[in-house]
Design a protein around this ligand. Structure first.
Ligand code: FHN
Length: 433
């Protein structure tokens, strides 16, 4: 990966990086928030439902800049309650929050000295939305991150330059968008990144869509990271700069990334930004099993909510987060601070682990509870010195066995699964796995 004198982490040692990433690897689970003016049209423009993700409505609907900017007058989140949002994230078992400070439409949710297309000047609300959430998150003991769309600003001249899609007419759909990309970077992106880093000191900077950023352009932004010691940033800045984390989106990779921290970002339904007609809400069971799957491969899960223009998180999101939180209350130790499964594949569920001195703690996430009460952990050589159901502490019988051609440890389980979504068994094993 590139690292130059402008990269604050050029030459960082493995020990230094491990120390800087420690809280993030412990956290494993965070809340993503996509919020902005796009919540006003909420997926509908000129009476037509615009296909695709809600925060892209300006581009998908080819909404002229002036028309789109008029929506800001209706972006008045009078019901915004950052404390409630932070408490909801905490109750869900999430340990960090990342919110869009500026998405591709260029609207800043923070007062910006370099643009009047911001919450202070363009919305009747008129007050900073970011600072209160940063304070509320930290008051709940959560870490706080900011998403910033550095390479796109569809309302600013030069900010919507799509060189590879110019021919499809997607580069600009409004004369007012024509301009020089580098001038946009210098006028907006560089000073605004400086503003949000200096003012909010976020623990994470979540760049998005590197698009046509090259090393030279990325190096205009990188030095700004010095403003926040130990800040974590992702692989979406641009050029050869890969930051600290890989960011697979809307899918779970088959395996983890070797020697790279990584985080799956995902929506609960079909859109990041609020739409008034949502399809395909994922079930609580699906979300919990995705969390177990991701963490069993050594990754983090950044799960999204898309609040309304009035500042409300949609009820289906709240219900799911509260249900996930009830599961985390009982089983969180099988997620926080764990590392990837030592087993190649478990047909009945997943596994996470915590290595220690002379052995390991293994957490088995059983999705499919065996009807015959026998669970084979294939490849586990040593009999566990202790085996319990995590939720009750009930001891389980463990025997070495072979099941067909597979050898391992067979656990004798009670008839019914303790949890409808993912029942956790805790094993203490000695020696090398
Ligand atoms: O274009 C954005 C999209 O709107 C959303 O913010 C996702 C979330 O990671 N990122 C980009 C698509 O990759």
């Amino acid at each position: 990966f590139a690292s130059s004198s402008v990269d604050p982490y050029a030459g960082e040692t493995k020990e230094q990086r491990d120390e800087r990433m420690a809280w993030w690897r412990e956290a494993r689970f965070g809340m993503f928030i996509h919020w902005g003016v796009y919540a006003v049209p909420a997926g509908t423009y000129n009476g037509e439902q615009i296909k695709g993700i809600g925060e892209w409505i300006m581009l998908r609907g080819k909404i002229p800049v002036a028309e789109y900017k008029a929506y800001a007058k209706e972006f008045n989140p009078v019901n915004y309650d950052p404390v409630a949002w932070a408490q909801l994230a905490k109750a869900a078992g999430m340990r960090y929050v990342v919110i869009t400070s500026k998405h591709h439409d260029g609207f800043a949710l923070f007062p910006s000295a370099v643009s009047d297309w911001d919450i202070a000047d363009a919305s009747p609300y008129g007050k900073d939305l970011i600072g209160p959430l940063a304070d509320a998150a930290r008051a709940e003991g959560l870490k706080f991150g900011l998403y910033y769309s550095q390479a796109q600003d569809w309302t600013h001249p030069g900010g919507s330059f799509w060189p590879n899609r110019e021919k499809e007419g997607e580069g600009h759909w409004d004369e007012g968008q024509k301009g020089d990309f580098d001038s946009y970077l210098d006028a907006i992106a560089v000073p605004q990144v400086d503003e949000i880093l200096s003012r909010y000191q976020p623990d994470i900077l979540w760049w998005d869509t590197p698009a046509w950023m090259d090393n030279t352009r990325a190096e205009r932004l990188l030095p700004l990271l010095e403003t926040v010691p130990d800040i974590i940033h992702n692989n979406r800045l641009g050029g050869d700069y890969k930051g600290d984390t890989e960011t697979p989106e809307q899918h779970i990779p088959a395996t983890g990334f070797k020697d790279r921290d990584w985080e799956v970002c995902m929506t609960m339904n079909d859109t990041w930004g609020y739409k008034s007609y949502d399809q395909n809400w994922k079930s609580t069971k699906d979300l919990i099993q995705k969390l177990c799957d991701i963490v069993s491969k050594g990754g983090n899960f950044l799960l999204n909510v898309g609040p309304t223009a009035k500042g409300e998180i949609p009820l289906p999101s709240i219900e799911r987060l509260q249900a996930v939180g009830r599961w985390m209350d009982v089983n969180g130790e099988s997620i926080y601070g764990t590392t990837a499964s030592p087993f190649y594949r478990l047909h009945w569920g997943r596994c996470t682990k915590k290595l220690h001195g002379d052995g390991a703690t293994l957490y088995l996430h059983v999705f499919d509870w065996p009807e015959d009460g026998r669970l084979l952990v294939p490849g586990l050589k040593n009999l566990p010195v202790n085996a319990i159901l995590l939720h009750s502490g009930e001891a389980l019988k463990a025997d070495s066995a072979t099941d067909g051609e597979k050898s391992g440890v067979v656990l004798t389980l009670p008839k019914t699964a303790p949890d409808p979504y993912s029942s956790v068994i805790k094993l203490e094993v000695e020696g090398k796995l």
